[in-house]
Design a protein around this ligand. Structure first.
Ligand code: ASP
Length: 221
């Protein structure tokens, strides 16, 4: 699943339940520039990728040896795995224009056809002229409460670090252990990040090209 959003125009393009595309965010980007639609799913999204020149791969190529071994271990012990592997990005340009993007393989052991929060505008990804946000974690919890839109709304009158904490507090009021994380950038270029997951690796680059990174940034605990 993937979604890319332009905060200036408040436009998004998304794909979900894609099976044969390696970098789904590239497909979402092409939906933005090459079609008049916003959201493609499943076979239709794969077919569109093919039509737009993105090479289709066999779904099995997306399975890593490590994931397969872990899956087999879990199956033997009838366990499920927690934890996720989403990539989210928020950005501001020199003109103050905001954008957000998220792509994900979804949650471990997800069922065929299951779609999470990432490609749902306002839930797992959101951008408007005031803020851009991307979320990670258990999508079923995030999409019920439109976590990214909640954080962006708060960023209209709060600094980015506080806006994400308040949005997460709101989620926690409804779901005590939501397994969620969020990153946000506001129109002044301030960053906010918080998570209820054990860790959330974050990296950023400032206007001078300085790179920073953190394994965890827990504004909420
Ligand atoms: N939020 C994603 C989903 O539920 C998973 C993740 O963040 O890793 O599909």
């Amino acid at each position: 699943d993937a979604l890319i959003a332009d905060g200036t125009t408040v436009q998004f393009e998304a794909v979900a339940a894609v099976r044969r595309v390696k970098n789904t965010i590239r497909l979402a980007r092409l939906v933005m520039t090459e079609t008049n639609n916003c959201f493609f799913v499943a076979d239709g999204a794969d077919q569109l990728a093919d039509k737009l020149g993105i090479p289709l791969i066999a779904n099995v190529e997306l399975i890593t040896d490590k994931e397969l071994a872990q899956f087999r271990e879990r199956a033997k012990a009838a366990q499920t795995r927690k934890g996720t592997g989403t990539v989210g990005a928020v950005a501001i340009d020199a003109q103050g224009r905001l954008a957000a993007a998220t792509s994900t393989g979804g949650i471990p052991d997800k069922k065929k056809g299951r779609v999470g929060d990432s490609p749902i505008f306002g839930a797992g990804t959101y951008a408007n002229p005031d803020a851009a946000a991307s979320a990670t974690g258990q999508g079923e919890n995030i999409m019920r409460f439109f976590l990214c839109k909640e954080a962006a709304d708060r960023a209209c009158h709060l600094a980015a670090p506080e806006a994400v904490v308040r949005a997460m507090d709101f989620l926690v009021q409804h779901i005590p252990l939501p397994e969620a994380g969020i990153i946000l950038i506001d129109a002044q270029g301030n960053l906010g990040a918080t998570h209820t997951t054990n860790a959330m690796p974050i990296a950023w680059v400032d206007e001078d090209g300085e790179i920073g990174a953190s394994m965890t940034m827990r504004g909420w605990a």
